[in-house]
Design a protein around this ligand. Structure first.
Ligand code: FE2
Length: 344
């Protein structure tokens, strides 16, 4: 029965809404018992005695469980290995895995945790205990999925706002790519590089609150219109603030228009008081704006824009140290940068 993947038969429309649990164990009597317990608790079960069949089915998109309970000792593939592969399959998305084993040594537990397992149960275990653990991990997964979903929506919103505008289409993507390159050049840790990449995408999301007539105006902006434009870093911060997962990116959104000499906005921060991600995005943002066509002027070539930046290096807009790292980044990858800017 379990050589392929057994899936709780759909007996009503509601079944599709059930949370589903993947069970993998080479001992069929255990599968049968656990399947009965979990179906009795209202879960949909996907059960198999063959780890390879499970991986094949997942890759083919045949089923999509919310959590896995894996036996450790299996002949074709250990539960540790399967756990690693499942975690790899889901990548950044949270996918909880419980390992079950007859082994009760601390070392086995450590191996399980190293494989990425979220919990470890030794046989014989109390079914009520494992059901309680499943319930709490699924709750955690639901919260995590909601957060991921909201974060995805904000990124989609940022891209959608920009895609509407002929003049800024692709701007955030380019700022994101180039800022991440500068961050790599600075030797920042991977996590910070990722944050800067995300910050590049979201830095102008606050422009959602600025009317297109102002964004596209060819003539000089009035004092009031300038004031509205200058609000976008604060508006963007307010949009992203409620999302805990974006907290580390907020400095990029709020501070990408600060100036090294303290005359920027919205907070007039000066020098190293400006968060590093703000200082990096500020220069890449300016460079991208210079080479882009705007309603009121044509774009510069890449070389012209680089000359302007070098000429202005000590004029007070940017951190001179970051200007040098930016120039190194562009010069070391000049062909790729020109591709990014359509060989300008
Ligand atoms: Fe901006």
């Amino acid at each position: 029965m379990y050589a392929n993947v057994y899936i709780t038969p759909a007996s009503s429309e509601q079944k599709d809404d059930l949370q589903s649990i993947l069970l993998v164990d080479d001992f069929e009597a255990h599968l049968e018992l656990m399947t009965a317990i979990l179906e009795g608790e209202g879960y949909r079960v996907m059960a198999s005695s063959d780890a390879n069949e499970v991986l094949k089915g997942l890759k083919a998109g045949g089923f999509s469980p919310d959590l896995a309970v894996l036996d450790v000792m299996m002949p074709a593939m250990s539960g540790y290995e399967l756990c690693k592969r499942l975690k790899g399959h889901y990548g950044k998305r949270y996918f909880p895995v419980i390992l079950v084993t007859g082994l009760a040594q601390l070392e086995d537990k450590l191996t399980g945790l190293e494989a990425g397992a979220d919990d470890f149960f030794s046989k014989p275990f109390n079914p009520k205990e494992i059901v309680a653990k499943i319930r709490s991990l699924l709750k955690l997964k639901m919260l995590q999925d909601e957060l991921d979903h909201t974060e995805d929506m904000i990124f989609t919103l940022a891209m959608a706002v920009e895609a509407k505008d002929n003049y800024t289409r692709g701007h955030s993507e380019r700022v994101s790519v180039l800022s991440a390159r500068v961050a790599e050049r600075l030797g920042l840790p991977e996590k910070e590089i990722t944050n800067i990449r995300k910050g590049g995408i979201l830095h102008d999301i606050g422009k959602i609150g600025v009317h297109e007539d102002i964004l596209h105006k060819k003539e000089a902006l009035s004092k009031d219109e300038l004031e509205i434009i200058r609000r976008h870093p604060a508006t963007g911060t307010e949009i992203c603030k409620p999302l805990r997962t974006l907290h580390q990116i907020l400095p990029a959104i709020r501070h990408h228009h600060e100036r090294w000499d303290g005359h920027g906005f919205p907070d007039g921060l000066r020098g190293e008081c400006i968060p590093l991600m703000g200082r990096i995005i500020s220069i890449v943002d300016s460079f991208d704006a210079m080479v882009s066509i705007r309603p009121y002027r044509n774009g510069l070539s890449v070389d012209e824009a680089l000359r302007v930046i070098m000429d202005e290096k000590t004029a007070g807009q940017w951190d001179p140290f970051i200007v040098d790292r930016f120039m190194e980044t562009v010069n070391s990858g000049s062909e790729a940068i020109r591709v990014l800017y359509g060989h300008k």
